[in-house]
Design a protein around this ligand. Structure first.
Ligand code: SF4
Ligand code: SF4
Length: 371
């Protein structure tokens, strides 16, 4: 049984916000065509046809929409996609997901997302001050209050969502405050996304995360999280879940967690397909979904090269006790999470040293309090 996920960018790099750290604005600026605009109906139809081509009854498919800001494609675009999916003859279990900045969501959107059981990733950078520092509209106005209204709508409509929080270097000092915010807002699922420097950055920006701050943040968070767990309140923090899945259940639930790239099938609005959201660049284009099935794209040499050509690991990895459960990590995150520029310190290693000895306690708590 296959379980396929594709990431679709129906509005390419279009966005109504101008977040200062937006990695996709940087990536798209390095292409010949910065934005491919909105996905046309013909491309959408052909995309669904070719995604389905290799699927068989019983397979699972996740269509995950992201951007830029995917809601800029308009609600009718999403209605069309669900109609096309419903018209397919094969018995495929389809899951929908969308990542949004939340600023354009209204009750019509909520009714639609609920009806089709979308899992939503809603971007909130923890604290109002930090959120509004970066997540601003074209006039420089912060978006925190608008996004919080959307969160309340999601609660009202009982829409499943997780909070996506970009972990900037300044925010990473505030683990305690961030955790307090999660508790106060009764947020049950959160993913912290390391804030990265631009791909072509000449020097480190003030907001890009450093490995030291990465480890410091999670070390601050962990005891507070454990305290809640002891009270039977499980707050799902993606990194903790991924590590438990990997180390206990032997399941891989995050790309790069063992140091290997996986093909992500990122589909841009013009139908071009790329192996990873961090590398939606002309030189990594695998082909076009209008012309190829996923299997054909997977078998291309360019895909093989992306997945198999690995950068040399830093010296520090050579004698690291965690090399087998890390493998040097995700190549795009190396400067934010792993071995720093001194070559002497690794943020992930630091955190694993802290986390791994505590896993048994976590498991006991999970089985006694939750299950
Ligand atoms: S660069 Fe990172 S996120 Fe992209 S495919 Fe490789 S491991 Fe995954
Ligand atoms: S934890 Fe750090 S030092 Fe160890 S293998 Fe991973 S990246 Fe290398």
């Amino acid at each position: 049984m296959k379980n396929i996920t594709v990431l679709i960018k129906p509005a390419s790099a279009l966005c109504n916000l101008r977040c200062s750290y937006c990695f996709y604005a940087n990536v798209s600026s390095l292409r010949e065509v910065r934005s491919f605009g909105k996905m046309k109906e013909k491309v959408t139809e052909k995309m669904i046809e070719n995604i389905y081509a290799d699927l068989e009854d019983g397979d699972q498919l996740t269509l995950a929409f992201q951007g830029g800001e995917p809601t800029m494609a308009g609600l009718n675009y999403f209605r069309k996609v669900t109609q096309l999916v419903d018209q397919q003859q094969k018995q495929i279990q389809v899951h929908y997901a969308i990542q949004t900045n939340g600023t354009m969501i209204n009750e019509n959107w909520c009714a639609f997302l609920k009806k089709h059981d979308f899992l939503v990733g809603l971007s909130i950078d923890g604290l109002p001050l930090y959120h509004d520092l970066h997540r601003v509209d074209p006039k420089g106005k912060g978006s925190f209050h608008r996004v919080l209204q959307t969160k309340q709508l999601f609660d009202q409509y009982e829409i499943d969502y997780n909070v996506l929080c970009v972990l900037t270097n300044p925010l990473a000092k505030e683990g305690k405050k961030v955790f307090h915010f999660l508790k106060e807002q009764q947020i049950k699922f959160v993913q912290f996304i390391p804030c990265l420097d631009d791909l072509d950055a000449k020097k480190k920006s003030s907001y890009a995360l450093t490995p030291k701050r990465f480890a410091g943040f999670y070390r601050q968070l962990f005891p507070l999280w454990l305290e809640q767990l002891k009270k039977g309140n499980y707050i799902s923090i993606k990194l903790f879940d991924d590590l438990i899945n990997l180390l206990v259940r032997k399941e891989i639930t995050a790309c790069g967690i063992l140091g290997n790239c996986q093909v992500q099938y990122v589909i841009e609005a013009d139908g071009s397909v790329y192996p990873c959201d961090f590398y939606v660049l002309d030189e990594y284009r695998m082909g076009y979904i209008q012309e190829n099935t996923l299997k054909e794209l997977f078998e291309k040499e360019i895909t093989f090269d992306f997945v198999c050509k690995k950068p040399n690991l830093p010296k520090k990895c050579g004698n690291c006790p965690f090399i087998k459960v890390c493998g040097g990590g995700c190549k795009r995150m190396k400067n934010a999470v792993y071995v720093d520029s001194s070559g002497q310190y690794c943020g992930y290693q630091d955190f694993l040293r802290y986390f791994i000895p505590r896993i048994q306690e976590i498991l006991q708590l999970i089985s006694s309090k939750i299950v």
